[in-house]
Write a protein that binds this ligand. Structure first.
Ligand code: NDP
Length: 328
């Protein structure tokens, strides 16, 4: 496993990591979480991503219980959580980054995870109604109190991230250091666009999500929705449009000969493609079973095989024309 600095911070994250969205609690109980996390850790994974909203707090409970059973040295791994949607419908408790909610959020998360601190906390989405200054101060305070060590954003607009950084700089507060955007062969948007400036100017790190587009980029949906897949889960019908999109499925099928040529699977190729981007600090993978962890971790062996020629072939499949890179 290779490790990359989380942007310009001093900590390093394994280039492949594990997240618990959808899986923990819904598909994976504590014993299965132990198995998945142990397999990942054995492959060198040191970062486990979570959020308060996943399974309404239960995902944090499962991860906390699994970590207790695993008994690893706390210094050997990183855990994150995120706040925005909240767990209750109260007026100040949902879709917000107000100070009260963030502080109650971190206290609740630490209880559910049964930890003294988490390593990273994210503002899971921007909040257009709370002044960014209030959010920056609350996140700073949480870090000052030692309840989290670093903080970041998820799916914030470039202008919002800049505002947060500037407020923090003006008041000598802990700045956000990392963004968590979606990034995969179908969703290159911000990471290859607006955000490039942050990596270069501010040394912002990125922990990217849904690298397989919820499994679509493994090829498992090429012949319909398998019964034992995320696509068949109750409550995730909203994913069907993507998972059965014929145009997208044709692109996934077109990756098969390339994956075969490189001696890997389509999932490994799709993950390796994410790893090729130097602005990605870590690719957060998801797994509903341990075999997927073993398969996905091997994508690190495929990444060096992605020559410029192979990258161009992949771009052609996805109808992407790369502009000439500039050197600044
Ligand atoms: P992926 O796009 O990689 O999807 C993971 C799912 O794909 C697995 O749960 C599994 O589902 C299937 N899968 C994984 N590997 C394979 C394989 N080798 N072969 C076949 N199927 C496979 O990632 P996620 O969408 O799970 O996102 C990863 C993490 O990113 C999350 O856990 C979370 O931590 C974070 N995230 C953050 C968000 C944010 O807003 N900040 C939003 C979403 C995610 P199954 O077996 O059930 O079909």
């Amino acid at each position: 496993m290779q490790y990359r600095h989380l942007g310009r911070t001093g900590i390093q994250v394994s280039e492949l990591s594990i997240g618990s969205w959808v899986t923990f609690k819904n598909q994976v109980d504590v014993d299965a979480a132990v198995e998945i996390m142990a397999a990942a850790y054995d492959h060198g994974v040191n970062f486990f991503d979570n959020a308060e909203v996943y399974a309404s707090g239960k995902s944090e409970e499962v991860m906390g219980a699994a970590l207790k059973k695993l008994g690893w040295r706390r210094g050997s791994y990183l855990v994150s959580t995120k706040f925005y949607w909240g767990l209750h419908d109260g007026i100040n408790e949902k879709n917000t980054l107000n100070r009260k909610r963030l502080i109650e959020g971190i206290n609740g998360a630490l209880q559910r995870l049964d930890m003294d601190y988490v390593d990273l906390i994210y503002c899971h989405r921007p909040d257009k109604t709370t002044p960014i200054e209030e959010t920056v101060w609350a996140m700073h305070n949480i870090v000052e109190w030692g309840k989290a060590l670093y903080w970041g954003t998820s799916e914030w607009a470039a202008s919002e991230i800049i505002e947060a950084i500037q407020i923090a700089e003006r008041h000598h507060l802990h700045k956000p250091v990392v963004e968590q955007p979606q990034y995969n062969l179908f969703e290159r948007g911000r990471l290859e666009g607006d955000y490039v400036r942050f990596y270069k100017e501010y040394g912002y790190g990125t922990t990217i999500w849904s690298p397989l587009a919820s499994g679509l980029l493994s090829g498992k949906y090429n012949k319909g929705i398998p019964q034992d897949s995320r696509g068949a889960l109750k409550g995730y019908e909203w994913l069907h449009g993507n998972l059965t999109n014929q145009e997208k499925l044709a692109k996934v099928t077109a990756l098969e000969p390339i994956a075969k040529e490189l001696g890997g699977t389509v999932a490994q190729l799709a993950l390796a493609w994410c790893l090729k981007n130097p602005f990605v600090s870590t690719v957060i993978t998801g797994a509903s079973r341990v075999e997927q962890v073993h398969e996905n971790m091997k994508s690190a062996e495929i990444a060096p095989k992605l020559t410029p020629e192979i990258m161009e072939r992949i771009d052609t499949i996805f109808g992407v024309k790369r502009e000439e890179e500039d050197d600044d």
